[in-house]
Write a protein that binds this ligand. Sequence first.
Ligand code: G1P
Ligand code: ZN
Length: 548
Amino acid sequence: MTQVTTVATAPIAGQKPGTSGLRKKTAVFMGRHYLENFVQSIFDVVGCRDAQGQGKTFVLGGDGRYFNDRAAQVILRMAAANGAARVIVGQGAILSTPAASHLIRLNQTDGGLIMSASHNPGGPNEDFGVKFNMPNGGPAPESVTEAMYQRTSTLTQYHILEAQDVDLAAIGRHQLGPMVVDVVDPVANYADLMQSLFDFPALRAMFASGFTMRMDSMCAVTGPYAVEILENRLGASKGTCVNATPLPDFGGMHPDPNPTWAKALMDEMFSGAAPDFGAASDGDGDRNMVVGRGVYVSPSDSLAVLAANAHLAPGYKAGLKGVARSMPTSAAADRVADALGIGKYETPTGWKFFGNLLDAGKASICGEESFGTGSDHVREKDGLWAVLLWLNILAMRKQSVADILKEHWAAYGRNYYSRHDFEAIEVAKADALFAALRGSLATLPGRQVEGMTVSAADDFAYTDPVDGSVSTGQGVRVMFEDGSRIVYRLSGTGTEGATLRVYLERYAAGPAGLDLDAQEALAPVIRAAHTLAGIADFTGRTAPDVVT
Ligand code: G1P
Ligand code: ZN
């Protein structure tokens, strides 16, 4: 017999879920009652029973990182004890974030729990995380995560079933006390969704004609998805997918698809033996980086190119309703939206702000400079989706990535773009920098720096056009008369000290000056960014730790 136990627990302070759920060191999550406290707080806020007392249905899966399997068993036992009727779990407790979002929507469930710390490294000494997604498949909004946070500090008990582990290796229906656990193939439904959006026969023909590709899953969750879609369904040659087995420590990799962490892919794409196309994705499969032979595609440019060409894929042939980008993302996508005569939206950082726009049919494609792109097919960013849309565009245009980029810049101009991250700064120093910067905003317009004149400066605030909610303090923007822009923000996802992100942008209308190195083209903007914020004075840092 299974039996519900109610365990007395002391609230744990500081369990504040950030933009993407709660992320902490794995050891913290494995600490006594910690995971349990947070999961109980989630269930207390969203409820495991509906108003009529009927048990709810949730989706559960994660990116396969260390503790994923054991956390899944705890969450299942707690869902059962709290009255949930059914949980749909990816086999082996595996689900990429976009695949989980899709399963939530496909099965019209009451939401889902995703175990991931995204692109943060995994392992006993690295990071773990849990986030809750809503019935629309998207991340919980701030009102919900705030309520969960409040709950963690008042909680005095949690409920858990005393039961053996569910065999999550076995696809099919299992019983856990009064609750049903349906273990499903984590890949099949997602692969079907991709097949419904993209021209698989054309992609198969492209691979059959000798098109070559490297997909680097960075030993994280997209491996099985990439192998099934690219190699099995589209006929890409065996070995197209590398680092394709999800490992608990991601093989020691930092599964963040950017030029720094996906260096092996970058080296290959810039070598004499480069395939036609390269891509990488992150820990939980929602981020992507795309690279052509000898050419890196910045995420901001990728969003713009995808928006300009999406109609070439069957799922978007009717055209886009609008394009949304996060504020720090370059304005390249705006130029495409203007040319297409469709809506453009500038939201605060974090995918959750796109949800309302997608739900309301205002935007079809969204993106962030942080290697996230997606559409209204799910309510999360989706790494493999972006890769497949690029492939679909390449198959239709029959041009190289480099040529597509060149033509894009010639048509729209080029938004040179880069992000400089200063990591693990002492929180007090970072706060002092921002206090001074915010205090100086009113004095900036008209100021000359590096031969440029500041035209406007503010602290970004956003009013959601759908529900009217207001988000303030979303990042300091400094705009210049020549169209250049600097944005300063503090990371909301870091787990060590404060991370200062400086976003740099400069527009070149062309036709001359379109093929400079981005850092070179941005040099005056970079110097201005240091001057205006006094980065060295406040933090002692003169150079960034990561440049993307
Ligand atoms: C970072 C990215 C942001 C993204 C988030 C979750 O957040 O900058 O665009 O939505 O990760 O993947 P940040 O650390 O900057 O708060
Ligand atoms: Zn991620």
